[in-house]
Design a protein around this ligand. Structure first.
Ligand code: PMV
Length: 311
């Protein structure tokens, strides 16, 4: 057992394909290095204490928001034949929770990494995926696995559920602006709402899902060809389809309109939706900075600029 061990993980952004990815369509996601999680485990006395955004105190009195994380911690410790005592877990995160940026998967992955280090155990990638997915299933209900794949692999992915990971390395002379509405995105509820939509209006629902899949495939070839303007249009089309599915809301639509009115090449919500974040595409850094300012004036609570050629 070490005295202290640290595990880290980064956030993610879904460029296109959220929700339709749950139904077997592809999605494109990128690691978002501007945000990260650090889990620090250190020796202590008595029952394990947690110190994180949702809770400060015994792991046994953690709130329901942490059920995914506490379950995975308990199961990992059990698999080591250890007890939930004599160590403490502190989680520091710059990934805003419930914003569609993969916070729950990143927190679980960083914590599993730290636990394995603390107990001097070797951690294979497949095991990290397995443990992180245990938490994701509790948090999201029926996850496609895209968040776990991204936080474990830390490379851009062209992701298809239950298929081997397809790394999708690209460099685009473009900037992505991420803006936070400041309101939570409840992924599990949003995924359930899409399922209800498809059950009650199957023809329309399936057509929207298929069209989102087609847009994702088009986005992939546009990224390869560096067809930026068309890529922006494809993103905006995807946003409209997600809105038809009931996944957008007034705050997200307002920020998407602001971006489009201010020279963005395209804009859409990202992640679970019904709150959380949106993204906009810009071709220069100046445009990206101008857009970030306009988005803040329009109600965004935070923005990040991501250089798609470098970051
Ligand atoms: O809201 P996030 O960051 O967890 O993204 C979820 C992506 C969905 O496609 C909506 C759900 C999933 O499991 O793929």
């Amino acid at each position: 057992m070490e005295n202290t061990a640290i595990g880290t993980a980064i956030g993610k952004i879904i460029l296109i394909g959220e929700h339709s990815v749950v139904y077997g369509q592809p999605a494109i996601a990128i690691p978002f290095t501007k945000t990260s999680v650090k889990t620090i485990i250190s020796s202590g006395n008595g029952p394990v204490k947690l110190d994180c955004f949702y809770h400060k105190g015994s792991i046994f009195t953690a709130p329901k928001e942490l059920l995914g994380l506490t379950t995975v911690i308990k199961e990992v410790i059990n698999s080591f034949n250890e007890k939930l005592e004599d160590f403490n877990i502190k989680i520091e995160s710059s990934i805003p929770p419930e914003r569609g940026m993969g916070s729950s998967a990143a927190v679980a992955a960083a914590t599993v990494r730290a636990l394995f280090k603390f107990f001097n155990q070797e951690l294979k990638k497949e095991e990290l995926i397995k443990w992180t997915n245990i938490s994701e299933k509790i948090v999201h209900g029926n996850p496609s696995g895209i968040d776990t794949a991204l936080v474990v692999d830390e490379r851009p992915l062209y992701f298809i559920k239950d298929k081997p990971l397809i790394p999708f390395i690209f460099r685009l002379k473009a900037y992505l602006i991420v803006a936070d509405t400041g309101k939570p995105s409840k992924t599990q509820k949003a995924v359930a709402n899409v399922r209800d939509f498809i059950n009650t209006r199957p023809r329309e629902g399936k057509e929207i899902i298929n069209n989102l899949g087609l847009l994702t495939k088009e986005a992939r070839s546009l990224i390869v060809k560096e067809g930026l303007e068309k890529l922006g249009q494809v993103m905006t089309k995807a946003h409209k389809l997600l809105d038809q599915l009931g996944i957008s809301n007034r705050d997200l639509n307002n920020l998407v309109s602001t971006a489009l009115d201010n020279q963005a090449l395209g804009a859409k919500l990202t992640g679970g939706g019904q709150g959380g974040c949106m993204i906009a595409l810009a071709s220069t850094k100046d445009q990206a900075m101008g857009l970030a300012n306009k988005l803040m004036e329009s109600g965004a609570k935070n923005t990040w600029i991501y250089n798609m050629g470098v970051d």
